[in-house]
Design a binder for this molecule. Structure first.
Ligand SMILES: [Fe+2]
Length: 552
Protein backbone atom coordinates (compact mmCIF):
# COMPACT_ATOMS: atom_id res chain seq x y z
CA UNK A 1 0.00 0.00 0.00
CA UNK A 2 2.75 2.43 1.01
CA UNK A 3 4.88 1.31 -1.95
CA UNK A 4 1.91 1.85 -4.26
CA UNK A 5 1.43 5.35 -2.85
CA UNK A 6 5.13 6.14 -3.27
CA UNK A 7 5.06 4.82 -6.85
CA UNK A 8 2.00 6.87 -7.79
CA UNK A 9 3.58 9.95 -6.15
CA UNK A 10 6.75 9.45 -8.21
CA UNK A 11 4.70 8.92 -11.37
CA UNK A 12 2.73 12.11 -10.69
CA UNK A 13 6.02 14.01 -10.19
CA UNK A 14 7.32 12.69 -13.56
CA UNK A 15 4.09 13.79 -15.31
CA UNK A 16 4.41 17.13 -13.58
CA UNK A 17 7.97 17.67 -14.80
CA UNK A 18 6.91 16.77 -18.35
CA UNK A 19 4.04 19.30 -18.21
CA UNK A 20 6.38 21.98 -16.81
CA UNK A 21 8.94 21.27 -19.54
CA UNK A 22 6.20 21.42 -22.19
CA UNK A 23 5.16 24.85 -20.95
CA UNK A 24 1.68 23.86 -19.76
CA UNK A 25 -0.09 27.04 -18.66
CA UNK A 26 -3.36 25.41 -17.58
CA UNK A 27 -4.72 27.27 -14.52
CA UNK A 28 -5.06 25.24 -11.31
CA UNK A 29 -5.30 25.93 -7.55
CA UNK A 30 -7.52 28.93 -8.31
CA UNK A 31 -8.29 31.05 -5.27
CA UNK A 32 -9.62 34.51 -4.40
CA UNK A 33 -8.51 37.09 -1.85
CA UNK A 34 -9.87 40.55 -1.11
CA UNK A 35 -8.13 43.48 -2.75
CA UNK A 36 -7.57 46.82 -1.02
CA UNK A 37 -11.30 47.49 -0.70
CA UNK A 38 -13.43 44.31 -0.49
CA UNK A 39 -16.48 46.20 -1.76
CA UNK A 40 -14.79 46.91 -5.10
CA UNK A 41 -11.54 44.88 -5.39
CA UNK A 42 -10.88 41.15 -5.61
CA UNK A 43 -7.65 39.33 -6.54
CA UNK A 44 -7.81 36.10 -8.56
CA UNK A 45 -4.69 33.93 -8.05
CA UNK A 46 -3.68 30.58 -9.50
CA UNK A 47 -0.77 28.36 -10.44
CA UNK A 48 0.08 26.35 -13.53
CA UNK A 49 2.40 23.37 -14.16
CA UNK A 50 4.67 25.44 -16.42
CA UNK A 51 5.02 29.09 -17.39
CA UNK A 52 1.72 30.52 -18.69
CA UNK A 53 1.56 32.71 -21.79
CA UNK A 54 -0.69 35.77 -21.47
CA UNK A 55 -2.33 34.58 -18.22
CA UNK A 56 -5.56 36.51 -17.73
CA UNK A 57 -8.97 36.83 -16.14
CA UNK A 58 -12.06 37.75 -18.13
CA UNK A 59 -15.12 39.39 -16.57
CA UNK A 60 -17.79 40.29 -19.08
CA UNK A 61 -15.99 42.35 -21.74
CA UNK A 62 -13.03 43.18 -19.47
CA UNK A 63 -9.76 41.28 -19.80
CA UNK A 64 -7.43 41.70 -16.81
CA UNK A 65 -3.82 40.57 -17.37
CA UNK A 66 -2.30 38.62 -14.47
CA UNK A 67 1.07 39.43 -12.87
CA UNK A 68 3.40 36.41 -12.86
CA UNK A 69 5.22 35.50 -9.66
CA UNK A 70 7.48 32.49 -9.25
CA UNK A 71 9.99 30.92 -6.89
CA UNK A 72 12.20 27.87 -6.88
CA UNK A 73 11.85 25.63 -3.85
CA UNK A 74 15.11 25.74 -1.89
CA UNK A 75 15.04 22.04 -0.97
CA UNK A 76 13.91 20.14 -4.07
CA UNK A 77 14.62 22.78 -6.74
CA UNK A 78 11.13 22.77 -8.28
CA UNK A 79 9.98 26.05 -9.84
CA UNK A 80 6.45 27.12 -8.94
CA UNK A 81 4.59 29.39 -11.39
CA UNK A 82 1.78 31.57 -10.03
CA UNK A 83 -0.41 34.35 -11.47
CA UNK A 84 -2.35 37.17 -9.83
CA UNK A 85 -5.04 39.30 -11.47
CA UNK A 86 -6.13 42.39 -9.51
CA UNK A 87 -9.74 43.04 -10.42
CA UNK A 88 -10.88 46.53 -9.37
CA UNK A 89 -13.74 48.87 -10.12
CA UNK A 90 -16.43 46.38 -9.13
CA UNK A 91 -19.84 47.21 -7.69
CA UNK A 92 -20.41 46.56 -3.95
CA UNK A 93 -22.54 43.56 -3.02
CA UNK A 94 -22.60 42.32 -6.61
CA UNK A 95 -22.09 38.84 -8.10
CA UNK A 96 -19.67 38.42 -10.99
CA UNK A 97 -18.84 35.54 -13.32
CA UNK A 98 -15.14 35.24 -14.16
CA UNK A 99 -12.99 33.13 -16.46
CA UNK A 100 -9.31 32.19 -15.92
CA UNK A 101 -7.18 31.22 -18.89
CA UNK A 102 -3.91 31.63 -20.83
CA UNK A 103 -2.77 31.10 -24.43
CA UNK A 104 -1.27 27.73 -23.41
CA UNK A 105 -4.29 26.67 -21.30
CA UNK A 106 -5.05 23.05 -22.26
CA UNK A 107 -8.70 23.80 -21.34
CA UNK A 108 -8.82 26.94 -23.52
CA UNK A 109 -11.93 25.72 -25.33
CA UNK A 110 -13.77 25.43 -22.02
CA UNK A 111 -11.73 27.45 -19.51
CA UNK A 112 -12.21 27.55 -15.75
CA UNK A 113 -15.27 29.62 -14.86
CA UNK A 114 -16.71 30.53 -11.45
CA UNK A 115 -18.56 33.33 -9.66
CA UNK A 116 -17.79 35.56 -6.68
CA UNK A 117 -19.57 38.26 -4.71
CA UNK A 118 -18.08 41.57 -3.59
CA UNK A 119 -18.53 42.85 -0.04
CA UNK A 120 -21.48 45.11 0.79
CA UNK A 121 -20.84 48.78 1.48
CA UNK A 122 -21.86 50.49 4.73
CA UNK A 123 -23.42 48.94 7.81
CA UNK A 124 -24.71 45.79 6.13
CA UNK A 125 -25.13 42.30 7.61
CA UNK A 126 -22.78 39.57 6.41
CA UNK A 127 -21.49 36.11 7.31
CA UNK A 128 -17.96 34.79 7.50
CA UNK A 129 -16.49 31.47 8.61
CA UNK A 130 -13.16 30.44 10.12
CA UNK A 131 -10.80 27.64 11.07
CA UNK A 132 -7.05 27.05 10.87
CA UNK A 133 -4.74 24.08 10.49
CA UNK A 134 -6.35 22.64 7.37
CA UNK A 135 -3.64 20.37 5.80
CA UNK A 136 -4.61 18.44 2.64
CA UNK A 137 -6.75 15.34 1.99
CA UNK A 138 -3.69 13.43 0.66
CA UNK A 139 -2.82 11.15 3.58
CA UNK A 140 0.57 10.42 1.99
CA UNK A 141 1.76 13.73 3.54
CA UNK A 142 2.69 14.19 7.19
CA UNK A 143 -0.28 15.65 9.14
CA UNK A 144 -2.68 15.43 6.16
CA UNK A 145 -6.07 13.73 6.58
CA UNK A 146 -9.33 13.22 4.71
CA UNK A 147 -11.24 15.62 6.96
CA UNK A 148 -9.48 18.42 5.10
CA UNK A 149 -11.78 17.91 2.08
CA UNK A 150 -14.93 17.81 4.22
CA UNK A 151 -13.78 21.01 5.94
CA UNK A 152 -13.68 22.81 2.58
CA UNK A 153 -17.15 21.44 1.79
CA UNK A 154 -18.32 22.74 5.18
CA UNK A 155 -17.25 26.28 4.24
CA UNK A 156 -19.28 26.02 1.04
CA UNK A 157 -22.30 24.65 2.90
CA UNK A 158 -22.52 27.88 4.94
CA UNK A 159 -22.07 30.17 1.90
CA UNK A 160 -20.08 32.84 3.77
CA UNK A 161 -19.01 36.10 2.14
CA UNK A 162 -15.44 34.99 2.91
CA UNK A 163 -13.43 32.56 5.03
CA UNK A 164 -10.57 33.23 7.47
CA UNK A 165 -7.87 30.53 7.37
CA UNK A 166 -5.93 30.96 10.60
CA UNK A 167 -2.45 29.70 9.67
CA UNK A 168 -0.72 26.31 9.37
CA UNK A 169 -2.19 25.92 5.92
CA UNK A 170 -0.72 22.62 4.69
CA UNK A 171 2.40 21.61 6.70
CA UNK A 172 4.67 21.44 3.66
CA UNK A 173 7.61 22.08 6.04
CA UNK A 174 6.95 18.66 7.62
CA UNK A 175 7.34 17.10 4.15
CA UNK A 176 10.48 19.05 3.25
CA UNK A 177 11.58 17.20 0.10
CA UNK A 178 8.16 17.57 -1.58
CA UNK A 179 6.95 20.99 -0.42
CA UNK A 180 5.55 22.18 -3.79
CA UNK A 181 3.51 18.97 -4.15
CA UNK A 182 1.98 19.43 -0.70
CA UNK A 183 1.07 23.05 -1.52
CA UNK A 184 -0.45 21.84 -4.81
CA UNK A 185 -2.70 19.34 -3.00
CA UNK A 186 -3.68 22.10 -0.58
CA UNK A 187 -4.50 24.52 -3.42
CA UNK A 188 -6.46 21.92 -5.38
CA UNK A 189 -8.49 20.99 -2.30
CA UNK A 190 -9.32 24.61 -1.42
CA UNK A 191 -10.28 25.59 -4.92
CA UNK A 192 -13.69 23.97 -4.31
CA UNK A 193 -14.50 26.96 -2.11
CA UNK A 194 -11.69 29.52 -2.51
CA UNK A 195 -12.46 30.04 -6.21
CA UNK A 196 -15.95 31.20 -5.23
CA UNK A 197 -15.28 33.36 -2.16
CA UNK A 198 -12.09 34.90 -0.74
CA UNK A 199 -10.11 32.81 1.72
CA UNK A 200 -8.01 35.18 3.81
CA UNK A 201 -5.01 33.44 5.40
CA UNK A 202 -2.48 34.32 8.06
CA UNK A 203 0.99 32.90 8.61
CA UNK A 204 1.52 30.10 11.12
CA UNK A 205 4.64 28.36 12.38
CA UNK A 206 4.38 25.72 9.63
CA UNK A 207 4.63 28.34 6.88
CA UNK A 208 8.29 28.79 7.96
CA UNK A 209 10.29 26.68 5.46
CA UNK A 210 14.05 26.20 5.15
CA UNK A 211 15.80 27.91 2.22
CA UNK A 212 12.62 29.70 1.08
CA UNK A 213 13.21 33.38 1.78
CA UNK A 214 14.36 35.45 4.80
CA UNK A 215 11.56 34.15 7.07
CA UNK A 216 10.90 30.98 5.07
CA UNK A 217 7.64 32.40 3.65
CA UNK A 218 8.29 32.26 -0.12
CA UNK A 219 5.79 29.42 -0.68
CA UNK A 220 3.05 31.44 1.04
CA UNK A 221 3.94 34.88 -0.29
CA UNK A 222 4.24 33.65 -3.89
CA UNK A 223 0.78 32.08 -3.80
CA UNK A 224 -1.13 34.86 -2.02
CA UNK A 225 -1.72 38.48 -2.93
CA UNK A 226 -2.99 40.25 0.19
CA UNK A 227 -3.96 43.85 1.03
CA UNK A 228 -0.89 46.11 1.28
CA UNK A 229 0.36 46.96 4.80
CA UNK A 230 2.63 49.71 3.38
CA UNK A 231 5.53 48.49 5.55
CA UNK A 232 8.60 48.23 3.31
CA UNK A 233 10.05 44.72 3.21
CA UNK A 234 7.06 43.05 4.84
CA UNK A 235 4.34 43.16 2.20
CA UNK A 236 1.85 40.32 2.61
CA UNK A 237 3.07 39.19 6.06
CA UNK A 238 0.34 41.06 7.93
CA UNK A 239 -2.54 43.20 6.69
CA UNK A 240 -6.00 44.57 7.40
CA UNK A 241 -9.22 44.98 5.49
CA UNK A 242 -12.62 46.37 6.21
CA UNK A 243 -16.07 44.95 5.54
CA UNK A 244 -19.08 47.06 6.47
CA UNK A 245 -18.67 48.12 10.09
CA UNK A 246 -15.98 45.48 10.88
CA UNK A 247 -12.20 45.91 10.67
CA UNK A 248 -10.27 42.66 10.21
CA UNK A 249 -6.62 42.67 11.29
CA UNK A 250 -4.47 39.70 10.26
CA UNK A 251 -1.16 39.23 12.09
CA UNK A 252 1.91 37.03 11.94
CA UNK A 253 2.50 35.96 15.55
CA UNK A 254 5.69 34.12 14.52
CA UNK A 255 7.23 37.56 15.02
CA UNK A 256 6.46 37.67 18.76
CA UNK A 257 5.94 34.14 20.15
CA UNK A 258 8.57 32.47 22.34
CA UNK A 259 7.73 29.01 21.02
CA UNK A 260 10.18 27.59 18.46
CA UNK A 261 7.91 25.55 16.16
CA UNK A 262 8.98 26.38 12.60
CA UNK A 263 11.02 24.20 10.23
CA UNK A 264 13.22 21.76 12.17
CA UNK A 265 15.68 18.98 11.41
CA UNK A 266 15.46 16.52 14.32
CA UNK A 267 18.11 14.12 12.97
CA UNK A 268 19.93 11.82 12.99
CA UNK A 269 20.09 12.47 9.22
CA UNK A 270 20.74 15.94 7.85
CA UNK A 271 18.26 17.47 5.38
CA UNK A 272 20.14 17.77 2.10
CA UNK A 273 18.74 20.05 -0.62
CA UNK A 274 19.20 18.84 -4.21
CA UNK A 275 22.48 19.89 -5.82
CA UNK A 276 20.95 22.37 -8.25
CA UNK A 277 19.69 24.62 -5.43
CA UNK A 278 23.22 25.39 -4.27
CA UNK A 279 22.00 25.15 -0.67
CA UNK A 280 24.14 23.28 1.89
CA UNK A 281 22.93 20.37 4.03
CA UNK A 282 20.90 21.41 7.07
CA UNK A 283 22.38 19.70 10.08
CA UNK A 284 20.40 17.89 12.82
CA UNK A 285 19.37 20.21 15.62
CA UNK A 286 18.75 23.16 13.26
CA UNK A 287 15.49 25.07 13.65
CA UNK A 288 14.39 28.16 11.75
CA UNK A 289 13.47 30.49 14.63
CA UNK A 290 12.28 33.91 13.45
CA UNK A 291 11.04 35.62 16.65
CA UNK A 292 11.63 39.37 16.36
CA UNK A 293 12.18 39.35 12.60
CA UNK A 294 10.32 42.62 11.96
CA UNK A 295 12.29 44.53 14.61
CA UNK A 296 9.06 45.93 16.06
CA UNK A 297 7.66 47.05 12.70
CA UNK A 298 4.63 44.75 12.97
CA UNK A 299 3.76 45.90 16.50
CA UNK A 300 4.07 49.56 15.44
CA UNK A 301 1.81 48.86 12.44
CA UNK A 302 -0.69 47.05 14.72
CA UNK A 303 -0.86 50.03 17.06
CA UNK A 304 -1.38 52.46 14.15
CA UNK A 305 -4.04 50.21 12.62
CA UNK A 306 -5.97 49.68 15.87
CA UNK A 307 -5.77 53.38 16.79
CA UNK A 308 -7.14 54.40 13.38
CA UNK A 309 -9.86 51.74 13.58
CA UNK A 310 -11.03 52.78 17.03
CA UNK A 311 -11.11 56.46 16.16
CA UNK A 312 -13.32 55.75 13.12
CA UNK A 313 -16.97 56.09 14.18
CA UNK A 314 -18.14 53.92 11.29
CA UNK A 315 -16.25 50.87 12.66
CA UNK A 316 -18.08 48.92 15.38
CA UNK A 317 -16.04 45.72 15.41
CA UNK A 318 -12.32 44.95 15.42
CA UNK A 319 -11.55 41.29 14.77
CA UNK A 320 -7.97 39.98 14.91
CA UNK A 321 -6.74 36.84 13.17
CA UNK A 322 -3.43 35.23 14.21
CA UNK A 323 -2.23 31.66 14.37
CA UNK A 324 -0.73 31.20 17.84
CA UNK A 325 -2.76 31.59 21.02
CA UNK A 326 -3.11 33.99 23.92
CA UNK A 327 -5.68 31.67 25.53
CA UNK A 328 -5.39 27.94 24.81
CA UNK A 329 -5.53 25.22 27.46
CA UNK A 330 -5.00 22.24 25.15
CA UNK A 331 -3.02 19.64 27.11
CA UNK A 332 -1.82 17.66 24.11
CA UNK A 333 -1.20 20.76 21.99
CA UNK A 334 1.03 23.82 22.27
CA UNK A 335 -0.84 25.96 24.82
CA UNK A 336 -0.57 29.74 25.23
CA UNK A 337 2.38 32.05 24.56
CA UNK A 338 3.66 34.85 26.79
CA UNK A 339 5.28 36.56 23.80
CA UNK A 340 1.89 37.61 22.38
CA UNK A 341 0.65 38.54 25.85
CA UNK A 342 3.65 40.83 26.41
CA UNK A 343 3.72 42.57 23.05
CA UNK A 344 0.16 42.62 21.75
CA UNK A 345 -2.28 42.02 24.62
CA UNK A 346 -1.89 45.61 25.94
CA UNK A 347 -2.82 46.87 22.45
CA UNK A 348 -5.82 44.54 22.19
CA UNK A 349 -6.94 45.93 25.57
CA UNK A 350 -6.23 49.60 24.86
CA UNK A 351 -8.10 49.61 21.55
CA UNK A 352 -10.90 47.29 22.74
CA UNK A 353 -10.44 44.52 20.20
CA UNK A 354 -13.66 42.50 20.25
CA UNK A 355 -12.61 39.10 19.02
CA UNK A 356 -9.37 37.16 18.38
CA UNK A 357 -9.38 34.08 16.13
CA UNK A 358 -6.52 31.57 16.36
CA UNK A 359 -5.46 28.15 15.15
CA UNK A 360 -2.36 26.22 16.32
CA UNK A 361 -4.11 23.87 18.76
CA UNK A 362 -6.31 21.40 16.87
CA UNK A 363 -9.62 21.81 18.62
CA UNK A 364 -12.13 24.40 19.78
CA UNK A 365 -11.86 26.56 22.88
CA UNK A 366 -13.59 29.82 23.81
CA UNK A 367 -12.45 32.30 26.44
CA UNK A 368 -14.57 34.55 28.60
CA UNK A 369 -14.10 38.21 27.66
CA UNK A 370 -10.67 39.17 29.07
CA UNK A 371 -9.07 42.50 29.86
CA UNK A 372 -5.83 43.18 31.72
CA UNK A 373 -3.66 40.54 33.36
CA UNK A 374 -3.38 38.71 36.65
CA UNK A 375 0.22 38.81 37.85
CA UNK A 376 1.96 35.91 39.58
CA UNK A 377 -0.64 33.38 38.42
CA UNK A 378 1.79 31.02 36.70
CA UNK A 379 4.19 28.34 37.84
CA UNK A 380 7.25 26.86 36.20
CA UNK A 381 6.26 23.37 35.08
CA UNK A 382 9.52 21.75 36.18
CA UNK A 383 10.00 23.33 39.62
CA UNK A 384 6.67 24.84 40.64
CA UNK A 385 8.40 28.19 41.13
CA UNK A 386 6.21 31.23 40.51
CA UNK A 387 6.49 32.80 37.05
CA UNK A 388 4.52 35.73 35.68
CA UNK A 389 2.53 34.42 32.69
CA UNK A 390 0.50 37.67 32.43
CA UNK A 391 -2.63 35.57 32.68
CA UNK A 392 -5.51 37.33 30.88
CA UNK A 393 -8.11 38.47 33.40
CA UNK A 394 -11.72 37.39 32.72
CA UNK A 395 -14.15 40.29 33.20
CA UNK A 396 -16.86 37.72 33.92
CA UNK A 397 -16.91 33.98 34.56
CA UNK A 398 -20.65 33.63 34.03
CA UNK A 399 -21.20 31.74 30.79
CA UNK A 400 -24.35 33.63 29.89
CA UNK A 401 -24.19 33.15 26.11
CA UNK A 402 -24.19 36.92 25.51
CA UNK A 403 -20.92 38.81 25.97
CA UNK A 404 -20.28 42.55 25.84
CA UNK A 405 -16.96 42.80 24.04
CA UNK A 406 -16.64 46.50 24.82
CA UNK A 407 -15.70 45.16 28.29
CA UNK A 408 -13.25 42.46 27.18
CA UNK A 409 -11.88 40.51 24.23
CA UNK A 410 -13.15 36.99 23.43
CA UNK A 411 -10.50 34.56 22.14
CA UNK A 412 -11.38 31.50 20.06
CA UNK A 413 -8.96 28.67 19.35
CA UNK A 414 -10.01 27.25 15.98
CA UNK A 415 -7.21 24.91 14.88
CA UNK A 416 -10.02 22.49 14.03
CA UNK A 417 -9.59 22.39 10.24
CA UNK A 418 -8.44 19.01 8.99
CA UNK A 419 -5.10 17.65 10.22
CA UNK A 420 -4.67 14.01 11.24
CA UNK A 421 -3.76 15.07 14.78
CA UNK A 422 -6.66 16.41 16.84
CA UNK A 423 -5.49 18.05 20.07
CA UNK A 424 -8.82 18.05 21.89
CA UNK A 425 -7.56 17.01 25.31
CA UNK A 426 -7.51 19.87 27.77
CA UNK A 427 -5.59 20.63 30.95
CA UNK A 428 -6.85 20.24 34.52
CA UNK A 429 -4.94 21.29 37.60
CA UNK A 430 -5.29 17.99 39.47
CA UNK A 431 -2.92 19.14 42.23
CA UNK A 432 -5.23 21.97 43.22
CA UNK A 433 -8.84 21.56 44.33
CA UNK A 434 -9.74 25.22 44.45
CA UNK A 435 -12.88 26.36 42.60
CA UNK A 436 -12.90 28.72 39.68
CA UNK A 437 -13.43 32.40 40.51
CA UNK A 438 -17.16 32.97 40.92
CA UNK A 439 -17.52 29.56 42.57
CA UNK A 440 -19.64 28.29 39.71
CA UNK A 441 -18.13 24.80 39.83
CA UNK A 442 -18.25 22.16 42.55
CA UNK A 443 -15.37 22.72 44.98
CA UNK A 444 -13.79 19.34 44.21
CA UNK A 445 -13.61 19.99 40.47
CA UNK A 446 -10.02 20.87 39.69
CA UNK A 447 -9.62 24.13 37.81
CA UNK A 448 -8.72 24.19 34.17
CA UNK A 449 -5.03 24.48 33.50
CA UNK A 450 -3.11 25.88 30.54
CA UNK A 451 0.47 25.41 29.45
CA UNK A 452 2.31 28.65 28.66
CA UNK A 453 5.55 29.25 26.77
CA UNK A 454 7.49 31.91 28.68
CA UNK A 455 10.82 31.28 26.96
CA UNK A 456 12.24 29.85 23.75
CA UNK A 457 12.30 26.05 23.47
CA UNK A 458 15.30 25.83 21.15
CA UNK A 459 16.43 22.32 20.05
CA UNK A 460 18.24 20.17 22.60
CA UNK A 461 20.00 16.83 22.15
CA UNK A 462 18.04 13.75 23.26
CA UNK A 463 19.52 10.57 24.73
CA UNK A 464 19.61 9.17 21.17
CA UNK A 465 22.88 10.23 19.53
CA UNK A 466 22.34 12.86 16.81
CA UNK A 467 18.63 13.29 17.54
CA UNK A 468 17.25 16.60 18.82
CA UNK A 469 13.93 17.68 20.28
CA UNK A 470 12.14 20.88 21.24
CA UNK A 471 10.56 20.94 24.69
CA UNK A 472 6.90 21.59 25.48
CA UNK A 473 5.78 24.79 27.22
CA UNK A 474 7.80 25.58 30.35
CA UNK A 475 5.00 27.02 32.56
CA UNK A 476 1.42 26.36 33.65
CA UNK A 477 -1.41 28.53 34.98
CA UNK A 478 -4.96 27.93 36.16
CA UNK A 479 -6.97 28.87 33.07
CA UNK A 480 -9.57 31.09 34.77
CA UNK A 481 -10.26 32.62 31.33
CA UNK A 482 -11.38 29.31 29.77
CA UNK A 483 -15.15 29.25 29.18
CA UNK A 484 -15.83 26.31 26.84
CA UNK A 485 -13.80 23.48 25.31
CA UNK A 486 -14.97 20.84 22.85
CA UNK A 487 -13.78 17.50 24.21
CA UNK A 488 -15.86 15.45 21.76
CA UNK A 489 -13.81 16.13 18.60
CA UNK A 490 -10.90 18.18 17.31
CA UNK A 491 -12.71 19.16 14.07
CA UNK A 492 -15.15 21.97 13.35
CA UNK A 493 -15.93 25.29 11.73
CA UNK A 494 -17.00 28.59 13.28
CA UNK A 495 -19.74 30.61 11.56
CA UNK A 496 -20.09 34.35 12.32
CA UNK A 497 -23.19 36.37 11.49
CA UNK A 498 -22.46 40.09 11.79
CA UNK A 499 -25.62 42.11 12.39
CA UNK A 500 -24.84 45.81 12.55
CA UNK A 501 -28.44 46.95 12.92
CA UNK A 502 -29.09 47.55 16.64
CA UNK A 503 -32.77 46.71 16.08
CA UNK A 504 -31.71 43.10 15.44
CA UNK A 505 -30.40 42.57 18.98
CA UNK A 506 -31.53 44.65 21.93
CA UNK A 507 -30.28 48.01 20.73
CA UNK A 508 -26.69 46.88 20.21
CA UNK A 509 -24.71 45.67 17.25
CA UNK A 510 -24.11 41.94 17.45
CA UNK A 511 -22.23 38.99 16.06
CA UNK A 512 -23.80 35.59 16.57
CA UNK A 513 -21.19 32.83 16.57
CA UNK A 514 -22.03 29.17 16.04
CA UNK A 515 -19.42 26.44 16.26
CA UNK A 516 -20.29 23.34 14.22
CA UNK A 517 -18.23 20.23 14.89
CA UNK A 518 -17.54 16.92 13.14
CA UNK A 519 -18.16 14.32 15.85
CA UNK A 520 -16.50 11.00 15.06
CA UNK A 521 -13.77 12.48 12.86
CA UNK A 522 -11.01 11.99 15.45
CA UNK A 523 -8.84 9.02 14.31
CA UNK A 524 -9.01 8.02 17.98
CA UNK A 525 -11.17 9.96 20.42
CA UNK A 526 -8.95 10.72 23.42
CA UNK A 527 -11.88 10.73 25.86
CA UNK A 528 -13.50 7.45 24.81
CA UNK A 529 -10.84 5.60 22.82
CA UNK A 530 -13.37 5.19 20.00
CA UNK A 531 -11.86 4.96 16.54
CA UNK A 532 -13.22 7.44 14.03
CA UNK A 533 -12.89 8.45 10.40
CA UNK A 534 -13.37 11.58 8.28
CA UNK A 535 -17.01 12.64 8.18
CA UNK A 536 -19.04 15.20 6.21
CA UNK A 537 -21.44 15.69 9.12
CA UNK A 538 -20.97 18.99 10.91
CA UNK A 539 -23.50 19.55 13.71
CA UNK A 540 -23.95 22.43 16.14
CA UNK A 541 -21.70 22.41 19.22
CA UNK A 542 -22.60 25.80 20.69
CA UNK A 543 -23.88 29.23 19.82
CA UNK A 544 -23.32 32.56 21.57
CA UNK A 545 -23.64 36.25 20.79
CA UNK A 546 -21.18 39.10 21.08
CA UNK A 547 -22.70 42.54 21.58
CA UNK A 548 -21.20 45.99 21.48
CA UNK A 549 -22.64 49.50 21.52
CA UNK A 550 -22.88 51.04 18.08
CA UNK A 551 -20.07 53.60 17.76
CA UNK A 552 -21.59 56.25 15.53
FE1 LIG B 1 0.76 25.86 14.55
Amino acid sequence: MLAATANSTRAAARTRKARAAAGDGTPEQIHLTWGENPATDVVVSWASPGAATRPRVRIGQRVIPAEPRQYTDGINGETVWTYHARVGGLRPGATYVYVVTADNDSNAADPFTATFRTAPRGRAAFRFTSFGDLATPNAAWVLSYGQSAYAVDAVESFQPLFHLLNGDLCYADLNPTVQPEVWRDFGSNNQTSAASRPWMPCLGNHEVEFDNGPQGFSSYLTRYTLPDNHVPGFSGLWYSFRIGSALFVSLDADDVVYQDAGAFVAGPAALTPVTGTGNPAIEPGTSFYIRGYSGGAQTAWLERTLAAGRSDPSIDWIIVQMHQCVCSSSATGNGSDLGIRQQWLPLLDRYHVDLVLNGHDHGYERSFPVRGADVDAGHEAATGAMVNTLRPHPVTTTDSGVFDTSQGTVHLTLGCGGTDTPLDEYGMDTADGSPLPGGSRPPRTPPRQAKVFTRANRPVLTSTPGVYTRAAADAVEDATWSARRDTSTGYGIAVFDVRPDPEDFGGQTSITVTQYHAVGADPVNPATGAKGAPTPDYTEFETFTLVSPRRA
